[in-house]
Design a protein around this ligand. Structure first.
Ligand code: TEU
Length: 553
């Protein structure tokens, strides 16, 4: 039998911003329970829920203080168990977020570890002596800006943190740490959880030589450490395989050419990974301003990268497909036109993604074409944004405040984290009270209720796409071939299975495009289209027009 996750469409929930039911302005588990019928109506098969464990929320839950307790702001453990049961009753699977490269500094393990170098928890984290001049052990950088090392007064040593100083990295070299993590996974399995999304799993093994990075405060030597495959394989043998848990690992440094080392079923590591490669097509490589150094998106580059992953993993692994998540901006605002062509653009990006081989992940709000927030700097919440502002604008001074803000409006993580827009009522129907983070002011116009009533409903388009994936094996198993790689407007690829011949076609530009004639001399049976007027293949493609078509002789 094919693994369930190969036919599935996933939906990511960022719980803080999904639906508040207890009136504190923060989304909660009962909000997810309330919306299960909505998710069922959409047709998704599984939910990935971002972290809901006890946490001081320095990084919105990616700083876990207790892996077995639900944070009271989200609800209770009982409510989580009920959510799992109710989701299962609707044939929706539940995937939790596994944040085990680091914990919160409030985690008991770290609290104990920092006390001395000879207690049970001493080696749970990565402690190092200062250099003779008192400076940090090397020049490694934190993703949130500045050094990856912080000095601890009580232990008189530095500890390593790839993210905030409140997120100390665990020492996976210590077998007890690994056993504690596996045990936590078994605990949630016993409660019915079906799998894991693994936060920066490719960072768990460190280069024990701690070599300096080529440039200070960058992260070159901090991924894909020497024992990464060994640790992941061990976790597979200890938990994933015996308990049949699905896994999708976040893999910032994986390339199409080496991805199979993580996802080839024969190697018994992970089921899927999230690549970052295609999300960097609008970034200037090697720039002093890191992820904030933007350029316009290059469509041939996007096609080249997505196609490389399709080709390289065919028969050797399985792709996880996404354009949005809680760390990414809204794709129609970032790479498309979220005003004049909002419907066309949202459905075109959906078509090119869901037509690929792999498992699609929809991020909350993507299914109604939610857009980026364009707030003032002071209105943002995200620690990455604040840390990077301090680093690039205030310390390094390589960016002006206005250039930084312009980049924030394009790519900041907070663009995805504004509250879900359910209806036109106050606070967008997300909460009865002022939410923890500002609602996008366009909620009167863009919300679930309005979208579902519209003639041009993005939600209904997603519904159809999901149904298509459920009923048509060609989308799951068919071969993939890209056409017209260098074309700057058209994204066209062919999927084939047995006698079936399908094309996924999109005009990713704002100009009318001609369809390549040589392709379309046959009978066309449209499976899905975002232009209702389309009857045949002779018409030109309108801006952001997209469809999937079967050709028959
Ligand atoms: O993100 C890991 C990661 O690589 C990010 O630093 C990413 O590059 C950046 O956010 C893009 O702007 C994961 C989680 O998804 C993220 O939310 C957490 O903050 C981070 O790990 C630490 O747990």
């Amino acid at each position: 039998m094919t693994e369930w996750w190969k036919q599935a469409v996933f939906y990511q929930i960022y719980p803080k911003s999904f639906k508040d039911t207890d009136g504190d302005g923060i989304g909660d588990l009962n909000g997810i329970r309330e919306k299960l019928p909505y998710l069922k109506e959409l047709g998704v098969d599984a939910l990935w829920i971002s972290p809901i464990y006890v946490s001081p929320q320095v990084d919105n839950g990616y700083d876990v203080a207790d892996y077995r307790q639900i944070d009271p702001m989200f609800g209770t453990n009982e409510e989580m168990y009920q959510l799992i049961e109710e989701a299962h009753a609707k044939e929706i699977k539940i995937v939790m977020d596994f944040v085990a490269n680091h914990t919160s500094d409030q985690c008991l393990w770290f609290q104990e570890s920092r006390k001395s170098s000879d207690n049970f928890f001493s080696d749970f984290y990565i402690w190092k002596e200062a250099k003779s001049d008192g400076s940090a052990p090397n020049n490694w950088g934190s993703s949130f800006g500045g050094s990856a090392w912080s000095w601890d007064e009580s232990r008189q040593q530095y500890y390593l943190h790839y993210y905030a100083k409140e997120q100390p990295d665990l020492n996976w070299e210590n077998p007890t740490v690994r056993e504690y993590i596996y045990d936590m996974m078994r605990f949630w399995k016993a409660k019915g959880v079906d799998g894991w999304r693994m936060d920066v799993v490719t960072s768990i093994s460190k280069n024990l030589d701690y070599p300096d990075n080529p440039r200070a405060f960058t992260t070159e030597n901090q991924q894909n450490g020497p024992r990464m495959h060994e640790f992941i394989h061990e976790m597979n043998q200890e938990v994933l395989k015996p308990f049949e848990m699905m896994s999708v690992g976040e893999s910032p440094a994986a390339k199409s050419t080496d991805a199979h080392l993580l996802v080839d079923p024969k190697r018994e590591e992970l089921d899927m990974i999230f690549t970052f490669e295609h999300m960097h097509v609008d970034r200037k490589k090697g720039d002093v301003n890191g992820r904030w150094a933007l350029k316009s998106m290059d469509l041939p580059d996007l096609k080249r990268i997505l196609s490389a992953w399709q080709k390289e993993l065919r028969g050797k692994g399985w792709n996880a497909l996404y354009f949005e998540n809680h760390d990414r901006a809204r794709v129609i605002s970032r790479w498309g036109n979220d005003e004049r062509y909002r419907y066309e653009c949202a459905t075109a990006f959906a078509t090119i993604l869901h037509g690929l081989q792999g498992t699609p992940f929809i991020f909350q709000g993507e299914e109604i074409g939610m857009t980026n927030a364009r707030f003032d700097l002071e209105e943002y919440e995200d620690i990455e944004l604040r840390g990077n502002f301090e680093f690039y604008v205030e310390q390094q001074k390589t960016m002006s405040k206005s250039d930084f803000l312009a980049a924030v409006h394009k790519i900041s993580r907070d663009n995805a984290r504004t509250p879900m827009q359910w209806d036109q009522s106050s606070h967008a129907g997300f909460s009865q009270t002022t939410p923890w983070f500002k609602v996008n002011p366009n909620f009167q116009e863009i919300n679930v209720a309005a979208d579902q009533e519209s003639q041009k409903s993005i939600f209904h388009f997603y519904q159809q796409l999901i149904q298509l994936r459920h009923s048509e094996t060609i989308l799951i198993e068919g071969t993939y071939d890209l056409l017209y790689l260098e074309d700057g407007a058209l994204f066209i690829y062919q999927r084939k299975l047995d006698q079936k011949n399908w094309y996924v076609v999109a005009n990713m530009s704002e100009e009318i495009q001609k369809l390549p004639k040589e392709l379309f001399e046959q009978q066309a049976d449209f499976k899905i289209k975002n232009n209702e007027e389309r009857r045949d293949l002779l018409m030109d493609l309108l801006p952001y027009e997209a469809f999937i078509v079967e050709l028959t002789n």
